[in-house]
Design a protein around this ligand. Structure first.
Ligand SMILES: [Zn+2]
Length: 117
């Protein structure tokens, strides 16, 4: 589905945001802090029974720690990205569908924005 197919992913470390463009023309902006809080791994979600929840886009309004950074991003298959945080945490596999459903721009929480890098 075009909605869940990314055409480009960029990380702006100075703005502490990830920008994702999608095949259906939508552009998403994800501040690091909200992404870290939305880590979909078992540990962060508080156990298997809590897994499978969607991101509440309101989480992207929370402040990002000054020190929070992304060390690396790897594509995981063709369905997700794995984010390596500078705090050492890297077990979160963020599915495209998970990210798009939680897009704060689409939810009207954050204004549309292009990567000015
Ligand atoms: Zn996690």
């Amino acid at each position: 589905m075009d909605k869940y197919t990314p055409t480009g992913v960029s990380v702006n470390k100075s703005a502490k945001k990830i920008f994702i463009n999608w095949k259906d023309g939508h552009s998403s902006v994800y501040p690091f802090g909200g992404l870290r809080k939305s880590c979909p791994c078992v540990f962060c979600q508080g156990g298997h029974e809590a897994m499978g929840k969607d991101i509440d886009p309101i989480v992207f309004l929370t402040d990002t720690s000054e020190r929070l950074d992304i060390a690396n991003i790897k594509q995981s298959g063709n369905y997700a990205i794995q984010i390596f945080w500078n705090d050492g945490h890297n077990t979160g596999i963020y599915r495209w569908e998970y990210l798009r459903k939680g897009c704060p721009v689409e939810a009207g929480i954050l204004p549309p924005e292009k990567d000015g890098n």
